[in-house]
Design a protein around this ligand. Structure first.
Ligand SMILES: Cc1cc2nc3c(=O)[nH]c(=O)nc-3n(C[C@H](O)[C@H](O)[C@H](O)COP(=O)(O)OP(=O)(O)OC[C@H]3O[C@@H](n4cnc5c(N)ncnc54)[C@H](O)[C@@H]3O)c2cc1C
Length: 360
């Protein structure tokens, strides 16, 4: 950062301190770029309430994730660096033990085992965990696990605050102006701006035209004294271990009613699924809600604003923020700083019509 009497100069302004903003900041730190992040630090954001899971196989049709090997490699690499910086454990690799919902699901799954790429991530198991209702059998996915996202966001936020790199405030877009010297916000000048506001990109006048299709998610925290597994357990809903017999149970996918407030309907939905899953008693301890920044084509959105110079977006992480964000943060950084092309699947340029329509 450069000082003179009137302004502080930085290489980057990051708007939003969730997984996207913080993992991009990590790239900046590694590459000795100066930056400031703005975030109001709310108690519940998507990144904080998330179960934090990653899984190489996803969706009802159980497909292997896009670029899975690259994504997993960058997830490991990035969180090893962050854990060593913050001196806390955040990344956990545990298998996902999954029960089939019905016979058709089981048959479809076993026929997919002929595909060797798919098989690589599967552990065939004859026995299901004893507390699971699983008349159609089970299987396990390897190379899955979770990141303790709330601990990560809280600890990295504290670390950045300690270095005076995080401002606890919501950025007001009307005060952000492009000048000859760069983007100015109050008495700070930034060469580049990266917008990482999650679903609140809808309030960003530069990127609200992007085709988001937001989804609210609700999640329960349960206490289950007879359950003592560190595996992720799945049947309709998932259980992610939080220590001391506490588990996160999620999640709902709601496309209307997009507020961040948990409700009875969400709770009942999850409880119904749990009753079809577990044979042992549990108690609901808490409930949270968040809004996932999902997009129409279910892909992330990265890249430069179609017209304004030095203005970028990193958003659309959807249901897979944990798996994708470390790789995509590096991908965006290398695009901006080294001119590397963005992958077509995540490039903002795939939406020219949405932008031109928004300008009419
Ligand atoms: C219930 C639930 C469960 C989930 N489970 C998983 C899971 O298991 N695995 C997984 O990979 N993903 C999961 N997700 C999705 C995951 O949470 C998201 O993909 C990811 O957290 C999105 O990160 P983000 O940084 O884009 O957005 P956010 O986490 O929403 O962060 C955006 C930040 O920007 C800030 N902001 C917004 N506007 C401004 C402004 N004007 N000025 C300053 N700051 C601003 C916000 O306060 C916020 O802190 C889940 C989501 C939910 C809701």
């Amino acid at each position: 950062m450069e000082h003179n009497t009137l302004v502080n100069k930085f290489d980057y302004l990051i708007i939003g301190g969730g997984l996207a903003g913080f993992l991009f900041a990590h790239q900046l730190q590694k590459n000795n770029k100066s930056f400031l992040i703005f975030d109001p630090i709310k108690i519940h954001t998507s990144s904080k309430v998330a179960a934090g899971m990653f899984n190489p196989i996803s969706g009802k049709r159980m497909t292997i994730n896009w670029k899975i090997n690259e994504l997993l490699a960058e997830l490991k690499n990035t969180f090893a660096e962050i854990e060593s910086l913050l001196k806390i454990k955040l990344l956990r690799f545990e298998p996902t033990h999954q029960a089939f919902g019905n016979n058709k699901e089981a048959n479809d799954f076993w026929s997919r085992m002929e595909n060797s790429a798919f098989k690589e991530f599967i552990h065939e198991t004859e026995t299901c965990e004893p507390y699971l209702i699983a008349p159609n059998g089970c299987f396990e996915v390897n190379q899955s696990g979770w990141v303790e996202t709330r601990n990560y966001i809280d600890a990295y936020g504290q670390y950045l605050m300690g270095k005076n790199l995080l401002r606890k405030e919501e950025l007001n877009y009307t005060d952000l102006v492009q000048t000859e010297k760069g983007w100015q916000y109050n008495n700070n000048i930034f060469e580049k701006v990266v917008c990482c506001e999650g679903y609140q990109a809808l309030k960003n006048p530069y990127f609200s035209w992007l085709p988001f299709k937001l989804s609210k998610g609700q999640i329960l925290l349960i206490h289950c004294p007879d359950l003592n597994t560190e595996k992720i357990v799945k049947k309709g809903v998932y259980l992610v271990h939080q220590g001391n017999h506490y588990y996160k149970v999620g999640a709902t996918y709601e496309w209307d009613d997009l507020d961040e407030i948990s409700n009875e309907k969400g709770k009942q939905f999850l409880l119904e699924k749990l009753k079809n899953m577990l044979t042992i008693p549990f108690e609901v301890v808490d409930q949270y809600a968040g809004i996932r920044p999902t997009t129409r084509d279910r892909r992330a959105i990265l890249g430069a604003h179609p017209q304004l110079k030095n203005l970028y977006v990193f958003n659309g992480l959807g249901t897979k923020g944990v798996l994708q964000a470390p790789y995509l943060a590096k991908h965006l950084f290398e695009h901006i700083e080294k001119g590397n092309a963005l992958e077509d699947e995540v490039d903002i340029l795939r939406f020219p019509l949405f932008y031109s329509n928004s300008q009419r």
